[in-house]
Ligand binder design. Structure first.
Ligand code: PGA
Length: 259
């Protein structure tokens, strides 16, 4: 437990800008009453909410940072419907989720697009939250470790080593996303040690590895202590202040106790 843990709220396609403002303010109030100094916190709202959420974070000095759920692999130009990394950066975004399984499976994001996006985000100096994770068939066949390694090798192909510090990994088994079926602490611990070894081989041992998939306030503590997760990428439970803060509190408690 040497790296400060990170909890990222991935709001997906939820909350219009009014709801997003409200939730951000609620998070701000909770953190004002009790700071959570052992955890870094990121919220990743839909693109159209980013400006408003960023303004409230700044004006109320809320100790959380702004993330985006996706970005174009291109810098600018004729890409109807896309949003560039530099546009996000201008709005105060500090990190971008890349390669989420929903983008891969529903929006055709290939390994090549993931790799190009990772490079574009890092070239612009923003942090990359790089997602990986196997489906249930791969898990049942027992090939999950090799599968995830392959995904990461392809995502980091051609990646400039000097930008390694901008990478965070998020292991999200697809069968656990939004299903209520969280991976067990043993399953998470196995993947965490495998990924730490993978990162070590690449001189990236200072990289945080998050877990994602039906995380909530009840299972978060065990996933950190027994599963050795370096934090979480949270979907459903990040949409309400109570459930999001319960996860942050659980992580903060684990890390403050370990010091
Ligand atoms: P979930 O989503 O927490 O709702 O399972 C996680 C994610 O997709 O990042």
């Amino acid at each position: 437990m040497t790296l400060k843990p990170l909890v990222v709220g991935n709001w997906k396609m939820n909350h219009d800008y009014v709801e997003a403002l409200h939730l951000t303010q609620q998070i701000g109030v909770v953190l004002k009453n009790k700071a959570r100094e052992h955890v870094d916190i990121v919220v990743a709202p839909p693109f159209v909410d980013i400006r408003s959420v960023g303004s409230i974070i700044e004006s109320e000095r809320i100790p959380i940072s702004l993330g985006a759920q996706n970005a174009s692999m291109y810098d600018s130009g004729a890409h109807t419907g896309e949003v560039s990394v530099s546009m996000l950066k201008r709005l105060g975004v500090k990190s971008v989720i890349v390669g989420h399984s929903e983008r891969r499976s529903i929006y055709g994001q290939t390994d090549e697009i993931v790799a190009a996006t990772v490079q574009t985000v890092a070239r612009n100096g923003l942090e990359v939250i790089l997602c990986c994770g196997e489906g249930s068939e791969v898990r049942e066949s027992g090939a999950h470790l090799e599968f995830v390694r392959g995904q990461l090798e392809r995502a980091l192909l051609g990646f400039d080593k000097k930008n390694h510090s901008l990478i965070t990994l998020a292991y999200e088994p697809i069968w656990a996303i939004g299903t209520g079926e969280t991976a067990s602490s043993e399953q998470v611990a196995e993947m965490m040690s495998y990924l730490q070894a993978f990162l070590g081989e690449r001189g990236m041992s200072e990289t945080r590895v998050l877990y994602g998939g039906s995380v909530n306030g009840e299972n978060a503590g065990a996933l950190v202590t027994d599963g050795r997760a370096g934090g979480f990428l949270v979907g459903g439970a990040s949409l309400k202040v109570e459930s999001f803060m319960a996860i942050i509190e659980a992580v903060d408690d684990c890390y403050s106790r370990s010091r």
